[in-house]
Design a protein around this ligand. Structure first.
Ligand code: PMP
Length: 337
């Protein structure tokens, strides 16, 4: 047990809420100092794990947690800009919808969850960051039965992320079309943002084998869904298109921001549409979106070993949308809901 964790017991923790069980711990100023001292020793960041704020080296969960044993759990990847949690409300909506989708009850309230995120930001002295919020089924027995896991686990990591090298944002990236199809919507609702990413990871290994960092995933009917960790958009004749969730795409928060905010702001028409890969290969521009990736241009798509050039560098519509995005997230009005 660390000094920090030990110290925390000398201060009364916030009493647990009625159904909570985690008793979300509010660190005192003294503890914040101790944490900062520890963090100075390279044990950063301070992580929230099951009710406690601990240094990275102590941020561990049980090997009996079904999140580890079976990928039974859900998560969110969230951006913090200028100290504000970008689209926090939508992330909370999606997290709670994912929990419902796997019949799991999150043991703390939305307000407490947001407080945990804010505390992680504060304790680590962050203003621009990435938050990984994970809710696992919790520790149980060696069997699939979720009823054997009495209390879901909660982890919140606030840290930095650089998903793609900076030059790719300037020059655009090449992606590959994965041969492996997306798990059918009927088998796993893509709106559930689950810890079970093997389908995506195996498609990603196809990308890596082709010297790329992302892969486009098609559904069993051959329609484009999304990429392994990003949503995808095509631009044709100045209009923006993206596959609907029913194709097998996650309802990305950044995707929604493009549709509901960036396109209207820039007077760009936008439509959800089932699309074959050919529509992407012949598009004027293609770009990807994600909380970690933000908005990044795709300039080449490789299919069956042949590279199709989409555009020479980032195209004008992508540039306009990306610049509008940057203007908003660097402004004093970073939207939280
Ligand atoms: N699709 C998948 C499979 C993802 O993992 C992500 C990133 N979490 C996205 C799309 C983008 O979603 P968001 O904009 O909410 O990060």
């Amino acid at each position: 047990m660390s000094t920090i964790a030990g110290t925390s017991t000398s201060k009364p923790a916030t009493p647990p809420t009625s159904n909570n069980g985690h008793g979300v711990q509010q660190p005192s100023e003294a503890m914040a100092k101790l944490i900062a001292n520890q963090a100075g020793k390279g044990d950063k960041p301070i992580v929230f794990v099951n009710g406690r704020y601990v240094p990275k080296s102590e941020a561990t969960v049980s090997v009996y947690d079904h999140g580890l044993l079976y990928g039974d759990g859900i998560f969110e990847g969230i951006r913090v800009y200028r100290g504000r949690i970008f689209m926090c409300g939508q992330h909370m909506d999606r997290l709670w919808a994912s929990a419902e989708g796997i019949q799991m009850e999150i043991p703390i309230s939305r307000e407490e969850m947001v407080e945990v995120m804010r505390e992680c930001i504060r304790l680590n002295g962050l203003t621009d960051a990435y938050i990984r919020l994970v809710v696992t089924r919790g520790a149980g027995t060696l069997g699939l039965d979720p009823r054997k896991c009495p209390l879901p686990g909660i982890v919140c990591i606030a840290d930095q992320i650089a998903l793609y090298p900076p030059e790719l944002y300037r020059d655009g990236m090449k992606v590959v079309v994965a041969k492996r199809p997306r798990i059918p919507v009927e088998a796993l609702d893509p709106r559930i943002k689950s810890l079970n990413y093997l389908n995506n990871i195996l498609a990603k290994t196809e990308a890596i084998a082709a010297g790329c960092l992302e892969a486009i995933m098609l559904n069993m009917q051959g329609y484009v869904c999304e990429c392994t960790g990003d949503n995808i958009f095509a631009i044709k004749g100045g209009k923006v298109f993206t596959p609907p969730s029913s194709a097998g795409a996650l309802e990305g928060i950044t995707r929604r921001f493009v549709i509901e905010r960036l396109c209207p702001d820039t007077k760009t028409a936008c439509e959800e549409k089932m699309m074959r890969i050919e529509e992407f290969l012949t598009a004027d521009e293609v770009f990807l979106t994600g909380s970690a990736a933000e908005i990044i241009s795709v300039t080449g798509i490789e299919r069956d070993g042949k590279v199709h050039t989409i555009s020479k560098g980032e195209g004008p519509v992508t540039k306009k949308l990306r610049e509008r995005f940057r203007a908003i997230v660097t402004s004093e009005h970073v939207p939280e809901d």
